[in-house]
Write a protein that binds this ligand. Structure first.
Ligand SMILES: *Cc1c(COP(=O)(O)O)cnc(C)c1O
Length: 383
């Protein structure tokens, strides 16, 4: 058999339920645009209800969801936003596009989430928001962040919850802690429609303006609900909305949320079971989920001894037909991060982790045989 036939992909979208039927229905219904379609409404209602939020708006991506949160902050020249260094580029870029400078915070070594102690040190009068990422689906130190933010009432918490949908912290759903939170439904995420995202509005004060920004700066929503008698241009904004064809795809995925979460949890636990007995002796570390958190099970990552081991292991896995990439060059050390930083940053944990982390294949369709092959191959190739 050719290697390509049994290549194990790192991530792979799968049909989980009604997606194909719903896409056909969306096209037949004829409202395929981003406003007023039936599937967009169903998905937004599902997200609003599951978060007990004020409202939810679907967007073209997780990145544009973050951009919408940045516009809602109404940033002024000189404003800064605190962002963890170890995250996807748009967690920072969204705020840079609105004129902010970034203060990069280091991460904690266990959860790989933002270090609340470092956030406390970075706080000054220029800070308008702190962006928290729940890495791999595991909540960051939300109690620590809330303690810091209690002393700075003008500073908003925004959760970039691209990894953590349906994860919890002390029994409460991730994405419900910030003034705003964002989701991604891009190809590699737990729930996908190819490209998509959402903003969860946890405060009523954001509802009107968020709809205006989302709908090309118009007051269409106020017009639709009968609050004004003209539909016109009133503010800044863009075409942030998700097509109802993609919302139909996403609705099929979200309807299957319990089955999807169970599959991902099973894969995660199987890797842990196969690898844990060898970790100490072979010099690698497995991820930890603290007892007060339930994971969103987005990633399963392994930390190996050093960068050379990491590169050699990824290369050997690839040669054996397994895609197990690293990711996230620490943003504070990237050319863009240095250019848009408010001040030079030191993030030693982010730098250390970025050089040692490997993500193992985790997707809804991976078989037990494939999981065993990944684990066996990993154990045989790690130096
Ligand atoms: C995927 C991701 C994003 C961006 O989402 P897109 O839908 O790809 O634009 C933002 N932040 C984090 C942490 C992500 O993993």
């Amino acid at each position: 058999m050719a290697v390509a036939d049994d290549f194990i992909r790192f991530s792979c979208p799968a049909v989980e339920g009604g997606e194909l039927d719903y896409i056909q229905q969306a096209i037949a219904d004829g409202r395929t645009g981003a406003t007023g379609g039936p599937f967009g409404k169903k998905v937004a209602s599902l997200l609003t209800a599951s978060h007990s939020a004020e409202d939810s708006l679907l967007t073209t991506s997780g990145s544009t969801a973050l951009e919408l949160t940045a516009m809602l902050l109404d940033l002024r020249p000189g404003d800064t936003v605190i962002v963890p260094s170890y995250t996807f580029v748009t967690s920072a870029l969204a705020y840079v596009r609105e004129g902010a400078r970034i203060l990069f915070a280091d991460i904690e070594p266990v959860t790989l989430g933002i270090d609340a102690g470092h956030v406390a040190e970075l706080m000054d009068d220029s800070v308008r928001a702190v962006v928290a990422v729940h890495y791999a689906g595991v909540a960051c130190d939300l109690a620590g962040l809330q303690e810091v933010l209690a002393d700075h009432p003008g500073v908003d918490l925004i959760e970039d919850n691209a990894h953590g949908l349906f994860g919890t912290y002390r029994g409460r759903l991730l994405g419900t802690f910030g003034r705003l939170s964002t989701l991604s439904f891009g190809e590699p995420k737990n729930f996908t429609c190819g490209e998509g995202g959402a903003v969860i509005l946890n405060e009523a004060r954001d509802i009107d303006r968020a709809h205006t920004l989302h709908d090309k700066g118009t007051n269409r929503r106020a017009f639709t609900v009968g609050e004004v008698d003209k539909y016109t241009w009133v503010d800044r904004g863009s075409a942030f909305g998700l097509s109802d064809v993609l919302a139909a795809y996403l609705y099929g995925q979200l309807e299957a949320r319990d089955a999807i979460m169970k599959k991902r949890r099973d894969v995660y636990e199987r890797y842990a079971e196969l690898l844990a007995p060898h970790a100490a002796e072979r010099g690698f570390t497995l991820p930890t989920i603290p007892a007060d958190r339930e994971s969103g099970y987005h990633l399963f990552h392994v930390l190996v001894a050093d960068r050379a081991t990491r590169d050699a292991t990824i290369g050997a896995l690839r040669a054996a037909g397994i895609s197990a990439p690293f990711h996230f060059v620490p943003l504070h050390s990237s050319p863009g991060g240095r250019r848009f930083a408010a001040a030079p940053a030191e993030c030693p944990v982010a730098e250390d982790v970025a050089g040692r982390l490997i993500r193992l294949p985790l997707h809804n369709g991976i078989t037990d045989e494939q999981i065993r092959r990944v684990a066996d191959t990993f154990l045989s190739v790690i130096p």
